[in-house]
Design a protein around this ligand. Structure first.
Ligand SMILES: [Zn+2]
Length: 246
C-alpha cells in the first residue's frame, strides 16, 4: 500500500508537470521527533517543501498553499517529473557531500535575493535543519547502539564514520551555523506567530545560551517529555540536536 497520495502541479515558467506527495496520516507509525522540530516519518521529512526549483528549467517558485486549481489530484496526460527529481533540489543524502550541497543551496538562495520575513524564516529554518543533519543521530556513534543489537557491526561502523565526518563539517561551518541561527532567532522573536513548538528555547540551547533556554522552559506552564528532555540537555550544557522520541 502506498504511503502517499500523489498530486500534480506545473512550473509557472515552463509549464513542466511535477509530482508532489502527501503523506497519508493514517499510515504514519514511525514518526521521529528531533529537538530542532524536524519530524521524520520512515526517514522522510514531513514538513512540506515550499520552495521549489523546477527540474526542467531551473526556475525557482514558491508553493505556499498547495490548493486546487494550482494542483490537481488527477494524473495529467503528459511527461511528469517525479518527486525525487525536485524534492530537496534532487539531492541525495546518502553521504555528507549531499548534505553540504543542501546547506549550500539554502545559503545561495538567501544571498541571492531579499525575502519577506515568512519566507526568510522558512529558508533559515531549513538551513538550520540542514546543518544539523550533518550530525543528527549523533547518539548512534556510541558503542551502546551496536551492543543493543539495533544494527549490525557493518551498518553501525559505516554510520559512525558518516556521523563523525559530518560532525567535523559541522564544526568547520559553525560560524555560519551560528550566524544563521541568530538571524532566525531575531526573526522569530519579531514574528511569534511563525514559531513552532519549542524552537526558540532550542535555538538558545544550540547557541549555547543554556541559562536563557532554561529560563524560557521554566516559564512554560505544563511539563512534557519534550520540555524535560530539553531541560536535561541544557543542564548538561549540551548544544547538539537530539532525538526526542522515536
Ligand atoms: Zn520550469
Amino acid at each position: 500500500m502506498l504511503k502517499y497520495d500523489s498530486f500534480y502541479f506545473q512550473c509557472p515558467h515552463c509549464q513542466a508537470w511535477l509530482e508532489g506527495r502527501n503523506l497519508k496520516a493514517e499510515l504514519v507509525n514511525e514518526a521521529i521527533l528531533y529537538s530542532d522540530g524536524k519530524v521524520l516519518n520512515d526517514n522522510l521529512i514531513t514538513t512540506p517543501q515550499k520552495m521549489i526549483m523546477c527540474p526542467s528549467c531551473g526556475h525557482i517558485f514558491w508553493v505556499e498553499h498547495p490548493e486546487e486549481p494550482f494542483i490537481t489530484y488527477e494524473k495529467p496526460d503528459a511527461e511528469i517529473y517525479s518527486w525525487n527529481t525536485w524534492r530537496f533540489f534532487g539531492i541525495s543524502f546518502s553521504d555528507n557531500k549531499g548534505k553540504m550541497a543542501l546547506v549550500n543551496h539554502y545559503k545561495t538562495f538567501l544571498k541571492k535575493s531579499h525575502y519577506d520575513p515568512k519566507k526568510e524564516i522558512y529558508l533559515r529554518r531549513f538551513l538550520w535543519w540542514a546543518y544539523n543533519d550533518l550530525h543528527r543521530n549523533h547518539q548512534h556513534v556510541r558503542l551502546k547502539y551496536l551492543l543493543n543489537g539495533f544494527m549490525s557491526f557493518g551498518v553501525w561502523h559505516c554510520n559512525r564514520k558518516l556521523i563523525l565526518e559530518g560532525e567535523k563539517l559541522f564544526i568547520k561551518n559553525h560560524k555560519d551555523f551560528t550566524e544563521n541561527l541568530k538571524r532566525l532567532l531575531a526573526l522569530l522573536e519579531k514574528h511569534p506567530e511563525e514559531q513552532i513548538d519549542l524552537e526558540v528555547p532550542e535555538i538558545y540551547r544550540e547557541l549555547r545560551q543554556f541559562d536563557k533556554a532554561k529560563e524560557l522552559l521554566d516559564q512554560m506552564g505544563s511539563r512534557t517529555h519534550f520540555t524535560n528532555e530539553m531541560l536535561r540537555h541544557s543542564k548538561w550544557k549540551d548544544p547538539r540536536v537530539f532525538m526526542v522520541t522515536g
